[in-house]
Design a protein around this ligand. Structure first.
Ligand SMILES: CC(C)(COP(=O)(O)OP(=O)(O)OC[C@H]1O[C@@H](n2cnc3c(N)ncnc32)[C@H](O)[C@@H]1OP(=O)(O)O)[C@@H](O)C(=O)NCCC(=O)NCCS
Length: 206
């Protein structure tokens, strides 16, 4: 993640309506775990249930605050603003009591989606919010006809990699020296909608 930082220009902010999150019902798989996180203890261990919604450009200052805590190199407010002008871009937030505690930016072109940026405020990490945000967004994308979701992740980002792998992302390649701050390699991860859906299927009442 962190590759395409330029943004594209297009006419108007395309995502100004905030939609409430669907309730998330864990599904079961052979290991007894589910892609919404951990095991059955998760529902008691993790209190926060964020509302996942599309954001508008007025959220840029809050997003920039989070960006500073999450990424190197940091996306400038201008780069974040550009995402709201890009017809291919969707900017999602996870809100708790109205406050944005995490965000995810994804570009969608036809039936492929690429996640460009994803982060949770420092003080809200490890509480299941990142997983809920990621799963909810992918769920919506798949509903809209996306077949493949890709992203780049630092090879050393073991927390993010564990999350992605638990959802069904698999390694699809590598970009050597991709990150400009330290020359670190990026792994390209890819999620097939079919594999995501098969993990979601059992026990999901929707
Ligand atoms: C990666 C990130 C978005 C995860 O968000 P989060 O809300 O902290 O993650 P969650 O609490 O939902 O945990 C999701 C999974 O991540 C992994 N994880 C979370 N915290 C972890 C930790 N401290 N150690 C190891 N794994 C951890 C676990 O697999 C966890 O699933 P489980 O608890 O159900 O087993 C967050 O850590 C972050 O913002 N990091 C900085 C920015 C970043 O790296 N973004 C991704 C760029 S590719």
């Amino acid at each position: 993640m962190g590759g395409a930082r330029g943004g594209h220009s297009s006419s108007s902010p395309s995502h100004t309506i905030e939609h409430a999150s669907r309730s998330a019902v864990p599904d079961n798989n052979a290991s007894g775990k589910n892609i919404l996180g951990g095991d059955k203890r998760a529902s008691t261990r993790r209190a926060p249930q964020p509302v996942v919604c599309l954001l508008s450009a007025e959220c840029v200052p809050e997003l920039y605050e989070i960006e500073i805590e999450c990424n190197r190199p940091i996306w400038s407010p201008q780069l974040i603003t550009n995402e709201f002008r890009n017809a291919h871009s969707q900017v999602y937030g996870a809100r708790l009591s109205g406050r944005i505690v995490g965000f995810l930016i994804v570009h969608v072109i036809l039936d492929e989606a690429h996640i460009l940026n994803f982060g949770i405020r420092n003080s809200f990490r490890g509480e299941g919010i990142g997983r809920v945000l990621l799963v909810e967004v992918i769920d919506r994308l798949v509903d809209e006809g996306v077949r493949i979701v890709t992203l780049e992740v630092r090879a050393t980002n073991s927390v993010a990699r564990k999350l992605y792998e638990s959802i069904g992302f698999a390694e699809a390649g590598m970009r050597a020296h991709y990150y400009t701050d330290n020359g670190e390699d990026a792994l390209i991860l890819r999620l097939d909608a079919q594999s995501f859906l098969s993990r979601r299927a059992a026990g999901d009442p929707r």
